[in-house]
Design a protein around this ligand. Structure first.
Ligand code: NAD
Length: 737
């Protein structure tokens, strides 16, 4: 029989080689059709007397990325469309959909013939679960092999037998860690743990799997045999009790109870290990159905999986502009940012010209890349040849003529309008006419900077975040006159360096920094109220923020906040900065010289290593302290998330951000906004505009007008609208087409 996604060839030894190779996709993913065909292959090979065993592999360079987007979208549309009218029927439908893969894999492992999975590259999610249902696994000895169950990172969990087979194969503690962190394993690590049977040279992968079958692979899984015992301690044994008490404590420490899917993994393992596999799989199916219906799963999958992929694939790229080939990039200003932008550009294989005021400064910029590749070589992440190839792409210079033939120039000189004007003119004097000029300014509006340009339609903002080689987000800023070609080139460049773009309109602070400032401002408010600093930091983390606002302020520099405040007062008047904030920061910077981490002292003290940083005890002398026991942590948590979400809502109301996917993804990648919410506007959509407005009003009454809900939010609350409904990104795309 011919299949669309697989080929099946049986050799003279009776071993059927099933090769998964989807025609129109660069990576194999699970779709309904893939599952139907796999089902048919299981039936056919089981029924064919000539087949003694099966090797399952991929025809692509990777094994499989797991489930397809459309399948997940299908499950959510059941929830969205059918749940209100028929909750029970919708849940049943979801339960059956969730079980499709579970019972297909169960059928595979009980088909009577041995299956061996031959893992040649990245193997994620449902593909790892399929491999675990096979009776043995061989993985290629290659850096390309990464085996993982990353579902928890998008708010769900391995619901196709993963939570049951992993702890039946390896020790419970490691099983829990593997699944609750969603981390991936190399072939050798997977072998050491016992998740993989054998590791083979890539070119011998299939023959090694066949040899294994010839030597004899038991077609009955250990857990289907009488007397089976999982490798970890029995649940109701002293070891089991100890393990699960610790597991719960660790989970709480890592998630603060914000991630229901992570907790569901622990529950599945705990309950599932006490019963036979068929019952255990049913328990997992029930938890999976429940988790699929949580706001967290819905919002996380939408932002962290669907929207992120859509933005990465150019959702905001203007239609009709030919794909640009960026052959050379010029970077002016080889300082802290420019040097790192040079590194990520060269790492993408694009030649870079790095200019500074003199050769010494330009070379110092290149030295940043030398340091980063040396670190990579030391850690074994890049070879010496790769390191040399990368460095050979960076040309330091002080001569502007060297950038004449660049397709894109990124300016990263001092944050000074006058210097930026001179540099723009110097660059344009030599640059070829159709090239694009981008500024990495973090505070100066692009429209104003574009006035220095003779080609404002080719002038755009590309705002990087520090550290550039780690931060996945870039913010693209459209000036009033920026044209489609500039946007297309900026997005093509960002795709080449493998970062996620959001496209925003021009405003002071753009999107990300506007939100971040709100986060830090709320911490200032709390300090002034006398909330103990440790409570400020801890409640922010409990709300799901990765870094407390005071620690973050130390990283970005307290004197930078001081400069920004002074600039705001100069440009917008005294009222633009709360007086108490100005007093606090003036005291920190001018009174105490506490400029942040770079000075070794800010809101924290930074003693010499190995001692850890700790909050500066002097903070409690700045304001009369409240008694911690009288403060409600839940309110503190809400204040942080609400003030940021409100700012995100304002940017949408003002037309700065036009697509809710960008507001959400930008907030998570830009400053780690509580990922379980799906991002800053999903936080509002998740509870509904009405509840959010009520929450804002309550906070405004107690903590100030900055919490007052905006006109748009009030209108949305009355009409029962969501951001994704009102600013429907898919509707917008359709209307524009
Ligand atoms: P920096 O001081 O480390 O680097 C600026 C570099 O520009 C220096 O090497 C300087 O010699 C060079 N320079 C100055 N005048 C020049 C000229 N006329 N011609 C060529 N080179 C010149 O500053 P930075 O932190 O890298 O910031 C650069 C830009 O990036 C600023 O616009 C800043 O707002 C923006 N930015 C900074 C960050 C951050 O975290 N530091 C983040 C995002 C954006």
């Amino acid at each position: 029989m011919a299949y669309n996604n697989f080929t099946v060839e049986t050799d003279a030894d009776g071993i059927a080689l099933v090769t998964w190779d989807m025609k129109d996709k660069s990576m194999n993913v699970f779709t309904q059709e893939v599952m139907d065909e796999l089902d048919a292959i299981i039936d056919a090979t089981a029924a064919d007397d000539a087949v003694k065993g099966v090797v399952f592999t991929s025809g692509k360079s990777s094994f499989s990325g797991g489930a397809d987007l459309t399948m997940l979208k299908g499950m959510f549309s059941v929830i969205e469309k059918e749940q209100a009218a028929d909750p029970e029927g919708a849940t049943k439908k979801l339960f059956d959909a969730a079980g499709r893969m579970t019972w297909l894999y169960r059928k595979l492992e009980t088909n009577g013939k041995p299956w061996v999975s031959a893992i040649n590259g990245t193997c994620m999610g449902g593909a790892t679960e399929l491999s675990l249902a096979c009776h043995a696994r061989v993985a290629a000895k290659s850096d390309k092999v990464k085996i993982g169950l990353p579902e928890v990172k998008v708010g769900i969990f391995p619901g196709a037998g993963g939570t049951q087979r992993v702890p039946r194969l390896i020790n419970t503690q490691e099983a829990l860690q593997f699944m609750t962190t969603g981390s991936s394993l190399s072939a050798s690590r997977a072998k050491a743990l016992g998740l993989v049977t054998e590791v083979a040279e890539p070119e011998n992968l299939v023959s090694a799997a066949k040899d294994l079958l010839k030597a004899g692979v038991d077609p009955v899984q250990p857990w289907d045999k009488k007397g089976f015992k999982a490798p970890g301690p029995a649940i109701w044994s002293p070891g089991g009790v100890q393990l699960f008490s610790a597991a719960n404590a660790i989970l709480r420490r890592e998630t603060y109870g914000n991630y229901p899917a992570a907790l569901a993994i622990v529950k599945c393992v705990y309950e599932g290990l006490q019963v036979p596999i068929d019952m255990a799989l049913k328990i997992e199916q029930r938890y999976f159905t429940h988790i699929l219906q949580t706001t967290e799963a819905f919002s996380m999958i939408r932002s962290l999986f669907i929207s992120m992929q859509e933005l990465n694939k150019g959702a905001r790229r203007p239609a009709g502009v030919e794909k640009s080939s960026i052959k050379k990039v010029g970077i002016v200003g080889a300082g802290f940012m420019g040097a790192s932008i040079g590194y990520v550009t060269a790492a993408a294989g694009i030649p870079v010209v790095l200019i500074d005021r003199d050769m010494e400064a330009a070379e110092k910029g290149k030295a940043t890349s030398e340091g980063l590749v040396a670190e990579g070589v030391k850690k074994g992440k890049v070879s010496k040849e790769q390191a040399e190839a990368l460095l050979s792409l960076i040309t330091p210079t002080a001569d502007y003529n060297d950038i004449a033939d660049c397709d894109l120039v990124i300016e990263a000189v001092f944050e000074d309008r006058g210097i930026k004007k001179t540099v723009t003119e110097q660059v344009e004097a030599v640059l070829k006419p159709d090239a694009i000029f981008a500024s990495n300014t973090s505070t100066l509006p692009i429209t104003g900077l574009a006035e220095n340009s003779k080609r404002p339609e080719q002038f755009i903002g590309i705002h990087f975040f520090s550290p550039v080689h780690k931060m996945m987000l870039t913010e693209v800023i459209m000036g009033e006159k920026t044209g489609d070609k500039a946007l297309a080139v900026a997005l093509d460049y960002i795709a080449a360096i493998k970062k996620t773009p959001i496209v925003v309109n021009d405003t002071r602070g753009f999107y990300v920094n506007r939100c971040v400032l709100r986060y830090m401002n709320e911490a200032y408010n709390m300090l002034v109220e006398g909330v103990p600093a440790a409570m400020i930091e801890n409640s922010a983390k409990m709300a799901g923020m990765p870094v407390g606002p005071l620690a973050l302020n130390d990283e970005t520099a307290v004197d930078l906040s001081y400069k920004i405040m002074k600039a705001m007062i100069a440009d917008l008047g005294e009222a633009s900065v709360p007086k108490a904030h100005m007093e606090l920061i003036t005291k920190m910077v001018e009174g105490e010289g506490r400029l942040g981490r770079k000075a070794g002292k800010g809101f924290y003290d930074y003693p010499a290593k190995p001692a850890k940083k700790h909050l500066w005890p002097g903070l409690k002398d700045l304001f009369p302290q409240q008694d911690a026991d009288t403060l409600d942590v839940e309110v503190l948590k809400k204040r942080f998330l609400t003030t940021i979400a409100l700012e995100a809502a304002r940017t949408m109301e003002e037309g700065i951000v036009t697509d809710p996917r960008e507001a959400d993804v930008g907030s998570i990648l830009g400053f780690g906004f509580a990922p379980y919410t799906g991002g800053a506007v999903s936080y509002i959509d998740g509870m509904g505009a009405k509840a959010f407005v009520a929450q804002c009003e309550e906070l405004a009454a107690k903590y100030g007008d900055h919490f007052k809900p905006t006109a748009l939010l009030k209108e949305m609350a009355t009409k029962g609208e969501t951001f994704y409904g009102r600013f429907d990104p898919y509707g917008q795309a359709k209307a524009a087409a």
